[in-house]
Write a protein that binds this ligand. Structure first.
Ligand SMILES: [Cu+2]
Length: 260
């Protein structure tokens, strides 16, 4: 009798494992590719590098400005399942609007079809990924943050010219990094300024492309109305400026068109 039970048990185990294998096979044929297309606008007017180098935008504070360079990094695209499990794509993409490069990013990992309660990405690098000198392509793109500011990498470089309050054309460099208080150079104090951008719930049935929209004017808008006369350069060692950029960044991105 004991033998029979043992055989039955083994038989059940065998059936169960077969079932799991089949499940895996079904799941893998349902894996799809995800693409993220990055588009840019100034309060709804499309911005590409063809619009660069001309003073033609007006920020919330009333300053006329141009864009000469725009690059930013996104990382850790994350799909959250209904049961709370997450699929994290441990990768990054340096969107380079100036060079019109990496405007479209296709995930290195396929994703199962199904319903997700959220799709998100990180603006910049979280501290785990923000490892000084770790990424050769970013090193050769001069994307590094100097060691005296804690090392690691930039999150964004937005540069151009603006008409200052003496009607002089002046350069600005709105660079976002992890906020570093360097008042004691022997003990730098950090504050996190990377942030998650949530695209919301989505049911994925097929290969899918997300349009990620950046409204550039939002960097200057709220909650901090940005005064370029005061904050136009040397913003990387400016702890408070970095915290303000982080706050203003929350409303910069939105989900555009989804195609699948
Ligand atoms: Cu910089």
């Amino acid at each position: 009798m004991k033998k029979i039970i043992l055989i039955l048990t083994l038989g059940l185990l065998f059936i169960t494992s077969c079932g799991e294998d089949n499940d895996d096979n079904i799941r893998s044929t349902n894996d799809i590719n995800t693409t993220f297309n990055f588009t840019h606008n100034w309060d709804g007017t499309n911005v590409s590098n063809a619009d660069f180098n001309t003073i033609q935008y007006i920020n919330e504070n009333g300053e006329e400005l141009s864009i000469e360079r725009l690059r930013y990094l996104i990382s850790d695209i994350t799909f959250t399942k209904e049961n709370g499990e997450t699929i994290v794509i441990n990768d990054y993409n340096l969107v380079d609007v100036t060079a019109n490069e990496n405007m479209s990013y296709s995930s290195t990992m396929s994703i199962p079809t199904g319903t997700y309660t959220n799709v998100s990405f990180t603006f910049g690098f979280d501290n785990e990924d923000n490892i000084d000198g770790a990424y050769t392509d970013l090193n050769s793109a001069s994307w590094n943050v100097p060691m005296m500011l804690g090392g690691g990498y930039h999150y964004m470089q937005l540069e151009g010219k603006f008409i200052d309050n003496t009607t002089t054309e002046t350069g600005y460099a709105y660079h976002a990094i992890r906020a570093a208080d360097i008042s004691d150079p022997n003990e730098i104090l950090f504050q996190d300024t990377f942030f998650d951008v949530n695209l919301g719930a989505i049911t994925i049935t097929n290969n899918i492309a997300f349009e990620i929209r950046m409204n550039i004017s939002e960097w200057f808008k709220n909650p901090n109305q940005w005064d370029l006369n005061v904050l136009h350069s040397t913003l990387m060692p400016n702890f408070n400026a970095q915290v303000m950029m982080h706050a203003n960044g929350q409303s910069v991105f939105s989900l555009g068109t989804i195609t699948q």
